[in-house]
Design a protein around this ligand. Structure first.
Ligand code: PGA
Length: 257
């Protein structure tokens, strides 16, 4: 069975002090839920202080981005070498980075390779926009994002990764996909494509999250779906009680507690 994984993407929110107090607030409850992997992804500047609070716990720390070079004249960038040992995970190719910072499937692919070669686990985001959705292009678009993003990776590398299916129209809008709809895309445009490229065992092993307006009142709908192994949570991960509820309800929905 695939272990569910719930990750909180804090985006560009929380100062260092605010990040510390949010983690302190959620930590006791988060630690009490078993059977679900829990990841928090604060902004870069808060990573070190959040890492200190998470030391000796099984809560994982993730970054929200990275650059592919190890060092050099790349003003403002953060390298995989800097994140190695500090973070367990790194979100790659979030739609906001594709939309506002020019990221493409090619840069996503380079970032995935850089993360993997430095022992960081990528959480790779894919998903269609509203126009593509309405034009019936979701499956072809998402499949292509997967094919290009994962180009040149080995079976072992793919097996350990996490993919997040995040329809852009559902992110931050309060209008989530339906559980059945997300399950269908995850099956046909992600898991089956991975099966074709990397084999059925890899497709069966890789964990795929849903993301986009996940809240305590809809998480069970997603986690009840057979192809959905977790969630990438934005807004609701900024409120301790909501994030903890999402984690707890996920464990229950998968029959883990
Ligand atoms: P949201 O964001 O939960 O606020 O919709 C999800 C995401 O962008 O990862």
């Amino acid at each position: 069975m695939r272990v569910p994984v719930i990750a909180g993407n804090w985006k560009m929110n929380k100062t260092i002090l605010e990040a510390e107090s949010l983690v302190k607030e959620m930590l006791p409850e988060l630690l009490s839920v078993k059977g679900v992997e829990r990841v928090v992804c604060p902004p870069f500047v808060a990573l070190a202080s959040v890492a200190a609070l998470l030391r000796d716990t099984d809560i994982k720390l993730g970054a929200q981005n990275l650059f592919w070079e190890e060092k050099g004249a790349y003003t403002g960038e953060v390298s995989p070498l800097m994140l190695q040992g500090l973070c367990h995970d790194v979100i790659i190719g979030h739609s906001e980075r594709r939309q506002y910072f020019g990221e493409t499937d090619e840069t996503v692919n380079r970032k995935i390779k850089a993360a993997l070669s430095h022992g960081l686990r990528p959480i790779v985001c894919v998903g269609e926009n509203l126009d593509q959705n309405e034009a019936g292009e979701t499956e072809s678009f998402v499949s292509l994002q997967i094919e290009k993003g994962m180009a040149g990776l080995s079976v072992a590398q793919v097996r350990g990764m996490i993919i997040a299916y995040e329809p852009i129209w559902a992110i931050g809008t309060g209008k989530p996909a339906t559980g059945v709809g997300a399950n269908h895309i995850i099956k046909t445009a992600i898991r089956e494509v991975i099966g074709r490229l990397f084999g059925l065992e890899t497709a069966a092993a890789i964990r795929i999250q849903y993301g986009g307006s996940v809240k305590p009142d809809n998480i069970v709908e997603f986690m009840s779906q057979p192809e959905i192994d977790g969630a990438l949570v934005g807004g609701a991960s900024l409120k301790a009680s909501d994030f903890v509820s999402i984690v707890r309800l996920s464990a229950q929905a998968k029959g883990l507690c």
